[in-house]
Design a binder for this molecule. Structure first.
Ligand SMILES: *Cc1c(COP(=O)(O)O)cnc(C)c1O
Length: 344
Protein backbone atom coordinates (compact mmCIF):
# COMPACT_ATOMS: atom_id res chain seq x y z
CA UNK A 1 0.00 0.00 0.00
CA UNK A 2 1.34 3.45 -0.80
CA UNK A 3 2.20 5.80 2.04
CA UNK A 4 -0.85 7.57 3.44
CA UNK A 5 0.58 9.91 6.04
CA UNK A 6 1.35 9.86 9.74
CA UNK A 7 -2.08 9.34 11.25
CA UNK A 8 -2.66 6.37 8.99
CA UNK A 9 0.78 4.92 9.81
CA UNK A 10 1.08 5.66 13.53
CA UNK A 11 -2.45 6.63 14.61
CA UNK A 12 -2.68 3.70 17.02
CA UNK A 13 0.17 5.20 19.04
CA UNK A 14 -1.31 8.69 19.10
CA UNK A 15 -3.77 9.84 21.74
CA UNK A 16 -6.29 11.48 19.42
CA UNK A 17 -10.05 11.71 20.14
CA UNK A 18 -12.55 9.53 18.26
CA UNK A 19 -13.98 12.51 16.40
CA UNK A 20 -10.62 13.08 14.65
CA UNK A 21 -11.05 13.38 10.88
CA UNK A 22 -7.73 12.75 9.15
CA UNK A 23 -6.38 15.72 7.22
CA UNK A 24 -3.04 14.77 5.66
CA UNK A 25 -0.56 16.00 3.09
CA UNK A 26 1.43 12.75 3.44
CA UNK A 27 3.77 14.38 5.93
CA UNK A 28 6.51 12.47 7.76
CA UNK A 29 8.36 9.45 6.38
CA UNK A 30 11.38 11.76 6.09
CA UNK A 31 14.85 10.44 5.25
CA UNK A 32 17.35 9.46 7.93
CA UNK A 33 20.48 10.36 5.96
CA UNK A 34 23.76 8.66 6.92
CA UNK A 35 26.64 11.14 7.27
CA UNK A 36 29.70 8.87 7.19
CA UNK A 37 32.29 11.56 6.41
CA UNK A 38 31.13 13.81 9.22
CA UNK A 39 30.62 10.88 11.58
CA UNK A 40 34.26 9.82 11.19
CA UNK A 41 35.24 13.20 12.62
CA UNK A 42 33.55 12.24 15.90
CA UNK A 43 34.23 8.52 15.64
CA UNK A 44 30.51 7.85 15.66
CA UNK A 45 27.78 6.65 13.34
CA UNK A 46 26.02 9.88 12.46
CA UNK A 47 22.64 10.45 10.81
CA UNK A 48 20.61 13.50 9.89
CA UNK A 49 16.84 13.27 10.24
CA UNK A 50 15.97 15.62 7.38
CA UNK A 51 12.70 17.26 8.32
CA UNK A 52 12.95 19.72 5.45
CA UNK A 53 11.45 16.92 3.35
CA UNK A 54 8.01 17.46 4.90
CA UNK A 55 5.26 18.96 2.68
CA UNK A 56 5.72 22.53 3.95
CA UNK A 57 9.45 22.14 4.61
CA UNK A 58 9.61 21.63 8.38
CA UNK A 59 8.75 19.12 11.11
CA UNK A 60 5.78 21.29 12.07
CA UNK A 61 3.67 19.25 9.63
CA UNK A 62 3.87 16.23 11.97
CA UNK A 63 2.00 18.03 14.72
CA UNK A 64 -0.19 20.00 12.36
CA UNK A 65 -1.77 16.95 10.72
CA UNK A 66 -2.87 15.87 14.21
CA UNK A 67 -4.03 19.29 15.45
CA UNK A 68 -5.95 20.16 12.30
CA UNK A 69 -7.46 16.67 12.04
CA UNK A 70 -8.77 16.97 15.59
CA UNK A 71 -10.13 20.49 14.98
CA UNK A 72 -11.75 19.54 11.66
CA UNK A 73 -13.44 16.57 13.33
CA UNK A 74 -15.33 18.77 15.79
CA UNK A 75 -16.45 21.20 13.12
CA UNK A 76 -14.15 24.07 14.07
CA UNK A 77 -14.28 26.82 11.44
CA UNK A 78 -11.22 28.89 12.21
CA UNK A 79 -7.74 28.02 13.47
CA UNK A 80 -5.07 30.42 14.72
CA UNK A 81 -1.43 30.25 15.72
CA UNK A 82 1.49 32.47 16.63
CA UNK A 83 4.60 31.63 14.70
CA UNK A 84 8.21 32.38 14.02
CA UNK A 85 7.31 31.20 10.49
CA UNK A 86 7.21 27.45 10.06
CA UNK A 87 4.14 26.88 12.20
CA UNK A 88 2.42 29.59 10.15
CA UNK A 89 3.22 27.90 6.85
CA UNK A 90 2.18 24.51 8.18
CA UNK A 91 -1.06 25.71 9.80
CA UNK A 92 -1.90 27.58 6.61
CA UNK A 93 -1.39 24.51 4.42
CA UNK A 94 -3.36 22.13 6.64
CA UNK A 95 -6.15 24.66 7.19
CA UNK A 96 -6.39 25.04 3.41
CA UNK A 97 -6.47 21.26 2.99
CA UNK A 98 -9.27 21.03 5.56
CA UNK A 99 -11.22 23.97 4.15
CA UNK A 100 -10.82 25.98 7.36
CA UNK A 101 -10.08 29.65 7.86
CA UNK A 102 -6.45 30.03 8.97
CA UNK A 103 -5.11 33.06 10.84
CA UNK A 104 -1.42 33.38 11.71
CA UNK A 105 0.26 35.95 13.93
CA UNK A 106 3.93 36.63 13.33
CA UNK A 107 6.39 39.02 15.00
CA UNK A 108 6.73 42.05 12.73
CA UNK A 109 9.76 41.90 10.43
CA UNK A 110 11.23 38.84 12.17
CA UNK A 111 10.10 36.02 9.88
CA UNK A 112 12.26 34.50 7.14
CA UNK A 113 11.01 35.20 3.61
CA UNK A 114 10.39 31.57 2.60
CA UNK A 115 8.13 31.02 5.58
CA UNK A 116 6.10 34.18 5.16
CA UNK A 117 5.68 33.41 1.46
CA UNK A 118 4.43 29.93 2.35
CA UNK A 119 1.80 31.19 4.76
CA UNK A 120 0.56 33.68 2.17
CA UNK A 121 0.67 31.18 -0.68
CA UNK A 122 -1.45 28.66 1.25
CA UNK A 123 -4.02 31.41 1.76
CA UNK A 124 -3.76 32.17 5.48
CA UNK A 125 -4.61 35.59 6.86
CA UNK A 126 -1.21 36.78 8.01
CA UNK A 127 -1.09 39.42 10.72
CA UNK A 128 2.14 41.04 11.90
CA UNK A 129 2.30 41.86 15.59
CA UNK A 130 4.46 44.71 16.83
CA UNK A 131 6.18 42.54 19.40
CA UNK A 132 7.98 39.25 19.87
CA UNK A 133 6.82 35.69 19.21
CA UNK A 134 6.04 35.44 22.91
CA UNK A 135 3.74 38.49 22.68
CA UNK A 136 1.98 37.00 19.66
CA UNK A 137 1.48 33.71 21.50
CA UNK A 138 -0.11 35.49 24.47
CA UNK A 139 -2.64 37.09 22.11
CA UNK A 140 -3.44 33.76 20.50
CA UNK A 141 -3.99 32.13 23.89
CA UNK A 142 -6.32 34.94 24.94
CA UNK A 143 -8.45 34.92 21.81
CA UNK A 144 -8.84 31.14 21.83
CA UNK A 145 -9.99 31.27 25.47
CA UNK A 146 -12.65 33.86 24.65
CA UNK A 147 -13.89 32.73 21.21
CA UNK A 148 -14.52 29.42 19.39
CA UNK A 149 -11.31 29.78 17.36
CA UNK A 150 -9.02 26.73 17.76
CA UNK A 151 -5.39 27.14 18.81
CA UNK A 152 -2.85 25.09 16.86
CA UNK A 153 0.39 26.15 18.56
CA UNK A 154 2.32 23.41 20.30
CA UNK A 155 0.51 24.16 23.58
CA UNK A 156 -2.19 22.17 21.77
CA UNK A 157 -1.62 18.60 23.07
CA UNK A 158 -2.40 17.05 19.68
CA UNK A 159 0.61 18.82 18.16
CA UNK A 160 2.78 16.93 20.64
CA UNK A 161 1.01 13.67 19.79
CA UNK A 162 1.74 14.12 16.08
CA UNK A 163 5.33 15.17 16.65
CA UNK A 164 6.07 11.96 18.58
CA UNK A 165 6.18 10.26 15.17
CA UNK A 166 9.67 11.63 14.54
CA UNK A 167 10.94 9.36 17.31
CA UNK A 168 8.92 6.40 15.99
CA UNK A 169 10.38 6.77 12.50
CA UNK A 170 13.95 6.94 13.80
CA UNK A 171 13.40 3.76 15.86
CA UNK A 172 11.81 2.00 12.89
CA UNK A 173 14.66 3.01 10.57
CA UNK A 174 17.48 2.10 12.97
CA UNK A 175 15.76 -0.85 14.63
CA UNK A 176 16.22 0.87 18.01
CA UNK A 177 16.66 4.32 19.51
CA UNK A 178 20.02 6.03 18.87
CA UNK A 179 22.47 6.69 21.71
CA UNK A 180 22.16 10.45 21.29
CA UNK A 181 19.56 12.74 19.75
CA UNK A 182 20.65 16.35 19.08
CA UNK A 183 18.06 18.97 18.20
CA UNK A 184 17.33 22.70 18.37
CA UNK A 185 15.06 23.98 21.15
CA UNK A 186 12.80 27.01 20.73
CA UNK A 187 9.32 26.80 22.19
CA UNK A 188 10.35 23.28 23.29
CA UNK A 189 7.47 21.34 21.76
CA UNK A 190 9.73 19.17 19.65
CA UNK A 191 12.12 18.03 22.39
CA UNK A 192 9.06 17.26 24.55
CA UNK A 193 7.52 15.23 21.72
CA UNK A 194 10.65 13.27 20.89
CA UNK A 195 11.16 12.29 24.51
CA UNK A 196 7.52 11.25 24.90
CA UNK A 197 7.77 9.31 21.63
CA UNK A 198 10.91 7.40 22.59
CA UNK A 199 9.50 6.52 26.01
CA UNK A 200 6.27 5.27 24.50
CA UNK A 201 7.80 3.26 21.64
CA UNK A 202 10.00 1.17 23.93
CA UNK A 203 12.88 0.66 21.52
CA UNK A 204 15.42 2.16 23.91
CA UNK A 205 16.07 5.73 25.03
CA UNK A 206 18.60 8.22 23.65
CA UNK A 207 20.42 10.85 25.65
CA UNK A 208 19.12 14.18 24.45
CA UNK A 209 21.23 17.22 23.61
CA UNK A 210 18.90 20.22 23.27
CA UNK A 211 20.49 23.28 21.69
CA UNK A 212 19.40 26.91 22.05
CA UNK A 213 20.86 30.01 20.43
CA UNK A 214 22.99 32.05 22.83
CA UNK A 215 20.81 35.14 22.32
CA UNK A 216 17.64 33.16 23.06
CA UNK A 217 18.67 30.65 25.71
CA UNK A 218 16.16 30.89 28.59
CA UNK A 219 16.55 27.20 29.47
CA UNK A 220 20.32 27.54 29.80
CA UNK A 221 20.17 30.85 31.67
CA UNK A 222 17.35 29.70 33.95
CA UNK A 223 15.14 32.72 33.29
CA UNK A 224 13.05 34.16 30.43
CA UNK A 225 14.78 36.36 27.86
CA UNK A 226 12.86 39.57 27.23
CA UNK A 227 14.39 40.41 23.87
CA UNK A 228 15.54 37.16 22.27
CA UNK A 229 17.98 37.72 19.44
CA UNK A 230 19.50 35.27 16.95
CA UNK A 231 19.73 34.76 13.19
CA UNK A 232 18.09 31.39 13.83
CA UNK A 233 14.58 32.85 13.67
CA UNK A 234 12.81 29.54 14.32
CA UNK A 235 14.29 29.40 17.82
CA UNK A 236 14.15 33.12 18.62
CA UNK A 237 11.94 32.50 21.64
CA UNK A 238 12.43 33.95 25.11
CA UNK A 239 9.70 32.15 27.09
CA UNK A 240 9.34 28.56 25.87
CA UNK A 241 5.80 27.27 26.42
CA UNK A 242 7.13 23.81 27.28
CA UNK A 243 10.32 24.86 29.01
CA UNK A 244 9.77 22.69 32.11
CA UNK A 245 9.13 19.61 29.98
CA UNK A 246 12.25 20.32 27.94
CA UNK A 247 14.38 20.47 31.08
CA UNK A 248 12.77 17.25 32.33
CA UNK A 249 13.46 15.51 29.01
CA UNK A 250 17.10 16.56 29.06
CA UNK A 251 17.48 15.57 32.71
CA UNK A 252 15.62 12.23 32.53
CA UNK A 253 17.53 11.24 29.41
CA UNK A 254 20.83 11.95 31.11
CA UNK A 255 21.43 14.63 28.49
CA UNK A 256 21.50 18.42 28.66
CA UNK A 257 20.47 21.71 27.10
CA UNK A 258 23.24 24.01 25.95
CA UNK A 259 23.59 27.25 23.98
CA UNK A 260 25.65 27.96 20.86
CA UNK A 261 26.47 31.26 19.18
CA UNK A 262 25.11 32.41 15.84
CA UNK A 263 28.61 31.94 14.41
CA UNK A 264 28.61 28.31 15.51
CA UNK A 265 25.14 27.84 14.00
CA UNK A 266 26.19 29.31 10.65
CA UNK A 267 29.38 27.23 10.63
CA UNK A 268 27.33 24.06 11.22
CA UNK A 269 24.93 25.10 8.46
CA UNK A 270 27.89 25.34 6.08
CA UNK A 271 29.22 21.94 7.11
CA UNK A 272 25.85 20.38 6.39
CA UNK A 273 25.51 22.12 3.00
CA UNK A 274 28.95 20.81 2.10
CA UNK A 275 27.49 17.33 2.60
CA UNK A 276 24.53 18.13 0.34
CA UNK A 277 22.10 18.85 3.15
CA UNK A 278 20.84 22.42 3.12
CA UNK A 279 18.95 23.40 6.25
CA UNK A 280 17.76 26.69 7.69
CA UNK A 281 19.95 28.17 10.44
CA UNK A 282 17.90 26.97 13.44
CA UNK A 283 18.04 23.46 12.03
CA UNK A 284 21.82 23.47 12.17
CA UNK A 285 21.82 24.13 15.93
CA UNK A 286 21.79 20.42 16.76
CA UNK A 287 25.02 19.82 14.86
CA UNK A 288 26.50 23.06 16.21
CA UNK A 289 25.83 21.76 19.71
CA UNK A 290 27.38 18.40 18.94
CA UNK A 291 30.49 20.10 17.54
CA UNK A 292 30.79 22.40 20.55
CA UNK A 293 30.39 19.60 23.10
CA UNK A 294 32.81 17.41 21.22
CA UNK A 295 35.43 20.18 20.97
CA UNK A 296 35.11 20.79 24.72
CA UNK A 297 35.68 17.08 25.41
CA UNK A 298 32.18 16.71 26.85
CA UNK A 299 30.87 14.33 24.25
CA UNK A 300 31.83 10.67 24.24
CA UNK A 301 30.87 9.81 20.69
CA UNK A 302 33.19 6.86 20.08
CA UNK A 303 31.19 3.97 18.67
CA UNK A 304 27.87 5.67 19.39
CA UNK A 305 24.90 6.10 17.12
CA UNK A 306 23.94 9.77 16.92
CA UNK A 307 20.95 11.37 15.21
CA UNK A 308 20.91 15.09 14.52
CA UNK A 309 17.40 16.40 13.82
CA UNK A 310 17.49 19.02 11.07
CA UNK A 311 14.14 20.62 11.59
CA UNK A 312 13.58 22.75 8.48
CA UNK A 313 14.69 23.23 4.88
CA UNK A 314 17.35 25.74 3.83
CA UNK A 315 15.01 27.23 1.23
CA UNK A 316 12.95 28.66 4.09
CA UNK A 317 15.58 31.29 4.74
CA UNK A 318 17.50 31.87 1.49
CA UNK A 319 18.60 35.42 2.30
CA UNK A 320 20.97 34.20 5.00
CA UNK A 321 22.95 32.55 2.18
CA UNK A 322 22.64 35.11 -0.60
CA UNK A 323 23.60 37.98 1.69
CA UNK A 324 26.83 36.33 2.77
CA UNK A 325 28.00 35.29 -0.72
CA UNK A 326 29.15 37.36 -3.66
CA UNK A 327 26.76 37.26 -6.63
CA UNK A 328 27.68 34.64 -9.22
CA UNK A 329 30.11 35.80 -11.93
CA UNK A 330 28.67 37.14 -15.20
CA UNK A 331 30.37 36.11 -18.47
CA UNK A 332 29.75 36.63 -22.18
CA UNK A 333 28.07 33.64 -23.75
CA UNK A 334 31.24 32.14 -25.29
CA UNK A 335 33.18 28.94 -24.66
CA UNK A 336 36.42 30.79 -24.01
CA UNK A 337 34.84 33.05 -21.44
CA UNK A 338 33.53 29.97 -19.65
CA UNK A 339 36.96 28.29 -19.69
CA UNK A 340 38.44 31.49 -18.37
CA UNK A 341 35.86 31.79 -15.62
CA UNK A 342 36.32 28.26 -14.23
CA UNK A 343 40.14 28.31 -14.47
CA UNK A 344 40.68 24.66 -15.39
C1 LIG B 1 9.74 25.28 15.33
C2 LIG B 1 11.13 25.05 14.92
C3 LIG B 1 12.15 24.79 15.85
C4 LIG B 1 11.92 24.79 17.32
O1 LIG B 1 11.06 23.77 17.74
P1 LIG B 1 10.33 23.89 19.15
O2 LIG B 1 9.35 22.79 19.17
O3 LIG B 1 9.67 25.25 19.16
O4 LIG B 1 11.37 23.80 20.19
C5 LIG B 1 13.40 24.52 15.38
N1 LIG B 1 13.68 24.54 14.06
C6 LIG B 1 12.74 24.79 13.15
C7 LIG B 1 13.12 24.81 11.71
C8 LIG B 1 11.43 25.06 13.53
O5 LIG B 1 10.51 25.33 12.61
Amino acid sequence: MTYQGLIQRYGRYLDLPDHTKTISLLEGNTPLIPMPRLGRQFGCELFVKFEGANPTGSFKDRGMTAAISEAAGRAVQTVICASTGNTAASAAAYAARAGLRGIVLIPEGKVAVGKLAGAIAYGAEVIQVQGSFDDALSLVVEITQKTPIALVNSINPFRIEGQKTGAFEICDDLGSAPDWLCLPVGNAGNITSYWAGFKQYQKGLPQILGVQAAGAAPLVLGHPVEKPDTIATAIRIGKPARGEQALDAAHESNGRIIAVTDEQILAAQKILSAEGVWVEPASAAGLAGLLAESAAGRFEAEGKRVVVVCTGHGMKDPSIITESFRSPKIIPSTYNALLDAIKL
